[in-house]
Design a protein around this ligand. Structure first.
Ligand SMILES: Nc1ncnc2c1ncn2[C@@H]1O[C@H](COP(=O)(O)OP(=O)(O)OP(=O)(O)O)[C@@H](O)[C@H]1O
Length: 288
């Protein structure tokens, strides 16, 4: 598998975290990933796309240190990660993974207790823990739920509480496994707004998703897993590649089909971006 989001070419910055020639197989299983090169550049939003079972979760676990590469290397700020206590602590305070099912992540009695678990484990002073919890609950718009027992939360609230737990660790890279899956359209919009705010404050976000429309609208870069390997690059470029989409069993984003029609009818000047949301498309339909 080859290809990397070429942060070096974009400005010489060293990627925050990078898989180089990474391979992984589960015990007694076939290789899930082979020769994966993926550089996650600071301050970018990266969508990880691929069909069911293509290895997205596995790749995210390699990036966040939950699994260790069978071959190849994981680099943090350009240096190979040491899988000892100090190396893993450094990795986990830099890269935080939020798993797909919030019930696999939440375990404390209340939301605030759950969100405080990571910062407390770092041995931070109590006022610092309290400030981080308050900041994370605010960032996820769930301050009102601080004392609520986690088992009484709705699914969408549990998803937010799980993300708040990761945000409280103040990671430079937040890795989210299908964070919008199972959310209603309003919940998806609210979560996207949260992710946009986190991105604006400098957090790098990696999101696995099956939603090509969301990826096109939200991400700067994409990484697409298909039987041919991992392809990475600017999201609009990759999602315009019909061969790649077919190999990865992804459909074409509706916004690209709409853009094609607008251009064919001369309604979109060359070089100007096409619509990315139904609301933006509506502007072309509105009377002048
Ligand atoms: N703990 C495990 N033990 C053995 N095989 C596993 C394990 N976890 C995943 N696999 C296998 O590894 C492959 C990749 O799985 P993974 O969960 O990484 O894919 P995915 O792209 O995240 O899938 P989905 O979109 O369905 O969530 C699959 O064939 C899966 O069956």
């Amino acid at each position: 598998m080859s290809g990397s989001v070429d942060a070096h070419a974009r400005g010489g910055a060293v990627p925050v975290v990078e898989l180089a020639g990474a391979g992984f197989s589960y015990p007694d299983g076939p290789p899930v990933l082979r020769g994966v090169d993926l550089a996650v550049a600071g301050g970018r939003c990266l969508a990880l796309l691929g069909r069911n079972g293509s290895g997205k979760t596995t790749l995210m676990r390699l990036l966040s240190g939950g699994l260790r590469c069978g071959e190849g290397r994981l680099l943090l700020d350009g240096e190979p990660v040491a899988y000892d206590r100090a190396g893993l602590t450094r990795l986990r305070t830099t890269v935080q993974l939020v798993v797909q099912d919030p019930d696999d992540q939440l375990f404390a009695a209340s939301v605030a207790q759950d969100v405080s678990f990571g910062p407390m484990n770092l041995g931070l002073p109590e006022p610092e823990v309290r400030a981080r919890v308050a900041g994370a609950l605010d960032a996820l718009d769930i301050a009102a739920l601080a004392d609520r027992p986690t088992h009484l939360l709705s699914y969408g609230q549990r998803k937010r509480a799980a993300i708040a737990g990761a945000v409280a660790m103040r990671p430079r890279v937040l890795v989210l496994d299908e964070p919008t899956a199972g959310l209603d359209p309003h919940g998806q919009e609210r979560l996207l707004a949260v992710l946009e705010r986190l991105g604006e404050s400098g957090t790098t976000v990696v999101m696995a998703t099956h939603d090509v429309d969301l990826a096109l609208r939200w991400a700067d870069d994409a990484a697409v897993l298909s039987p041919a390997g991992l392809r990475t690059g600017p999201v609009a470029e990759l999602l315009a590649d019909r061969g790649l989409l077919e190999g990865a069993r992804l459909r074409r984003p509706w916004a690209m089909a709409a853009e094609e029609v607008l251009r064919a009818r001369g309604l979109l000047e060359s070089g100007s971006p096409g619509p990315r949301t139904p609301e933006e498309l509506g502007r072309w339909a509105a009377p002048a």
